[in-house]
Design a protein around this ligand. Structure first.
Ligand SMILES: NC(=O)c1ccc[n+]([C@@H]2O[C@H](COP(=O)([O-])OP(=O)(O)OC[C@H]3O[C@@H](n4cnc5c(N)ncnc54)[C@H](O)[C@@H]3O)[C@@H](O)[C@H]2O)c1
Length: 457
């Protein structure tokens, strides 16, 4: 890329013109699950876009024309087009990427550590570097999920640390928190409203104009960065807490012989009931982390968020409950679980994506292994890979006759279409369904020892 004439990203007319004549240069830092589709969207809109990442293998592979997100429908074609027309390239060189860009989007990971404390080190270290290399008049948009107040209290002071640039004077910053669902990113990017918050009205207007140009979706203007981030966390934590609520109910309904699914199915007919389903736990890069982000904000501000705390605790106990259901199945079959062989069906944290981040499957496997169980795994998204130290089977039919029991952990489409009859092939046909996809009557009719999470049996 040629060195660009620098556009003043705090000047509405200059930005407007740069969009119209496609001279705006974009750098997306962090081109993973969210950052890569984001970068491809900007490139597809005709803007020269560079994706910067510390993962050399990823960068090499992208520049060779290999698209990694095979479970994101629609993006491979866009990727092929923008690689071909030269609108997108990837690099590990942050100095070069930033020096040639007007707009810098940060899509860096914001995980939690082993003590469930949010880890913002990637954002902090990149912003420290930006403090040295950012071109005057640039605009930074943070898409990563962060706590309310993190821009105002942390990132701005890191960016200004060496006294070279000052926010509102010679650079500007805002947020547009990403809210797409893995596996449906193209759909969500082109339909879901996005939140925009800047450090002032001018930056909010400019970010809105850019996102409108690239995504053409409804943009919800927030008064500031912290309110936009509060909305992002509230929507996800609402789900985590409500899943905790139905999980806790399902434990009681089990004791009452009530099928939770039947309760939910009828309850949802009331206009103001929003359905959430029980399951083996809540994983992934968003919900559990977002709850811990809010809990961290509560600690920082001397507040109490006891409902979130309790919801998290229940969701984290669900893998144990799945193991208890399994133990129950073995007890009924009068078979010892020790030295048995159990097939885990699905290791992704959610259906139809290749992603095991914080997946409850790992906790279930660890607990079963500690009871002396030999684990086998089948997951259509990980066939032939080694995951959690176990080789993932290629074919469900071949492995069923070699195991005593199976546990459905992820509701992949392939499992939703399964005929319960095939589980008869198992040595002791014990089936545990933690996702409510097998019908209890059919399971009993084909002679399985069946336990369903929250199904009242
Ligand atoms: N995945 C989701 O479902 C989802 C949805 C909405 C929002 N988010 C948020 O988006 C952000 C990104 O998440 P993701 O799922 O895309 O993460 P990811 O792990 O898939 O991608 C992050 C990328 O950043 C790179 N990276 C890490 N440190 C870096 C550094 N110092 N410099 C440059 N690159 C670096 C990594 O190599 C990786 O490629 C997070 O804040 C997450 O909470 C994620």
């Amino acid at each position: 890329m040629e060195k660009a004439k620098k556009i003043d990203m705090n000047n509405i007319n200059e930005v407007k013109n740069s969009l119209e004549n496609k001279s705006l240069k974009v750098c997306v830092v962090g081109i993973g699950r969210i950052g890569l589709p984001t970068a491809l969207s900007f490139a597809k809109a005709g803007l020269q876009t560079v994706g910067m990442d510390i993962n050399e293998q990823l960068v090499d592979s992208l520049n060779k024309g290999n698209f990694p997100l095979k479970d994101e429908p629609g993006y491979e074609e866009i990727f092929n087009d923008v690689i071909k027309n030269g609108k997108f390239s990837a690099t590990t060189d942050i100095n070069k990427a930033i020096s040639q860009s007007d707009l810098i989007l940060l899509s860096l990971p914001t995980p939690i550590n082993e003590k469930n404390i949010p880890d913002y080190s990637a954002l902090e270290s990149v912003c420290k570097q930006l403090g040295d290399i950012l071109q005057p008049n640039s605009l930074i948009v943070v898409e990563s999920t962060i706590e309310p107040g993190f821009i105002e209290n942390n990132l701005i002071s890191i960016l200004e640390e060496n006294n070279r640039l000052h926010v509102g004077k010679n650079f500007t910053i805002g947020v547009c928190p990403e809210n797409a669902n893995p596996g449906e990113i193209l759909h969500d990017f082109t339909t879901l409203p996005r939140l925009v918050g800047g450090i002032d009205q001018q930056s909010t207007k400019i970010i809105t104009m850019i996102y409108d140009f690239v995504f053409s979706v409804e943009l919800i203007i927030m008064p500031d960065c912290k309110t936009a981030n509060a909305v992002k966390l509230t929507t996800n934590v609402f789900r985590d807490v409500n899943i905790g609520f139905v999980n806790e109910l399902s434990l009681m309904f089990d004791k009452l012989g009530i099928d939770t699914l039947k309760v939910l199915d009828a309850a949802k007919r009331k206009y103001n009931f929003q359905i959430h389903y029980p399951g083996p736990g809540v994983g992934g890069p968003c919900l559990p982390i977002n709850s811990y982000q809010f809990l961290n904000t509560a600690t920082r501000t001397n507040s109490k968020l006891s409902i979130i705390e309790h919801g998290r605790k229940i969701n984290e106990e669900m893998p144990e409950h799945v193991v208890n259901l399994t133990l129950d199945g073995f007890k009924i079959s009068k078979k010892s679980i020790k030295d048995s062989s159990i097939l885990i069906l699905g290791i992704s944290y959610k259906p139809d994506v290749k992603d095991i981040q914080l997946s409850p499957a790992e906790m279930i496997i660890n607990k079963l292994e500690s009871l002396g169980v030999k684990i086998k795994i089948y997951d259509p998204y990980f066939k032939g890979n080694q995951v959690f130290g176990i080789n993932v089977e290629h074919n469900i039919d071949d492995v069923l006759s070699k195991v005593d029991a199976a546990i459905i952990v992820t509701a992949h489409k392939e499992f939703q279409e399964i005929n319960p009859k095939i589980f008869r092939k198992m040595k002791t046909p014990i089936l545990i369904d933690s996702r409510g996809i097998i019908d209890t009557v059919s399971a009993n009719n084909v002679g399985l020892v069946f336990r369903g999470l929250g199904r009242g049996i």
